[in-house]
Write a protein that binds this ligand. Structure first.
Ligand code: ZN
Length: 319
């Protein structure tokens, strides 16, 4: 039996033509960590696609989409293999934690490819990277605005300098079908680490503020369906090209103060260099900080929380 005859993650495996849902258990800080996943092993040969969601565990449209795709894919219709992790950051999901994993207060999407002897998040990242993402020919990480973030849908990919990987990642970003593309590295993110490891990867953003509308979820499921058709992993016509705007800078503005955040623009709005985008104020209404646009571009996300802390993101401009 060659390795291609069995699809395996941890103790969970699926032979050709099988689909398995299960929970992989491994140690994080010497405590059992439970990771739910699907293994969908097609009857015919093809590439391996890894789909993850719930790295940020309150980005519900992405989690709902991963659940839907994991539940609905049929190995008899599949050429190749699909591994779906619907909720990578399970402790954060249970706690409804924004941004960070409650086990260590770290942002899981800043610690990839992880460290087996590091903090809880670094250990989770390491296990997932070594056991799941490293099996991918193509990798898609589903995200959205967090509980306190509004955003316009967009897809990020990272140009590593390796032409083969970069071309494929750009192609995947286009095929996914969201019309705003951002070329940027997010250091420590799963998709950036995978790209550096030679795996074409994208991160897609849809939904936000704890809301997961049918439309927000469908943007992710449609994107995955388009990719599966594009790679010939399921039957169906090649997806229609979607006209897109490519932004090659992703500029985050952060708070320098504890206070109250008053955004002055809407998500998706076009802004100019030097334009005021909002204020951080104190309780009396004094301006502590003016958020100034660093470039001409589009507002891609806005933090919608009135409460703001030092280093918290305020918004981001794609340029
Ligand atoms: Zn996210």
């Amino acid at each position: 039996m060659t390795s291609k005859d069995v699809l395996q993650v941890g103790a969970l495996s699926a032979a050709r033509g099988e689909k398995r849902y299960g929970v992989c258990e491994f140690a994080v800080q010497s405590q059992p960590y439970r990771l739910p996943l699907w293994l969908i092993h097609g009857t015919a040969d093809g590439p391996t696609l890894v789909v993850t969601a719930g790295v940020h565990a309150a980005e519900y449209a992405s989690i709902a989409a991963a659940l839907e795709v994991g539940r609905s894919l049929d190995p008899r219709d599949l050429r190749g293999r699909v591994i779906v992790l619907p909720v990578m950051n399970q402790p954060a999901f249970t706690a409804r934690s924004i941004y960070v994993c409650p086990l260590d207060g770290r942002n899981l999407n800043r610690v990839f490819p992880g460290d087996p002897s590091g903090t809880a998040s670094e250990q989770i990242a390491h296990w997932v990277f070594a056991n799941v993402i490293s099996q991918a020919d193509y990798y898609v990480d589903l995200h959205g605005g967090d509980l306190v973030e509004a955003l316009v849908p967009f897809t990020i990919f990272f140009r590593t300098g390796d032409e083969r990987v970069d071309q494929k990642s750009f192609e995947m970003a286009q095929v996914f079908g969201i019309p705003i593309l951002v070329s940027s590295e997010t250091p420590g993110s799963a998709f950036s680490a995978a790209s550096r490891a030679g795996i074409p990867s994208i991160l897609a953003e849809s939904g936000g503020q704890g809301i997961w509308t049918r439309e927000d979820v469908a943007r992710h499921t449609n994107g995955l369906d388009r990719l599966l058709r594009h790679f010939g992993m399921i039957s169906g016509a090649a997806p229609e090209p979607v006209p897109f705007t490519l932004l090659d800078r992703f500029l985050w503005l952060r708070s320098e103060h504890e206070g109250f955040w008053y955004p002055g623009v809407a998500v998706g709005e076009s802004v100019q260099t030097g334009q005021n985008l909002g204020f951080v104020k104190d309780g009396e209404g004094r301006v502590l900080q003016s958020a100034v646009s660093p470039a001409d571009g589009r507002v891609l996300f806005i933090v919608s929380s009135l409460a703001i802390n030092p280093v918290d993101p305020l918004l981001a401009v794609g340029a």
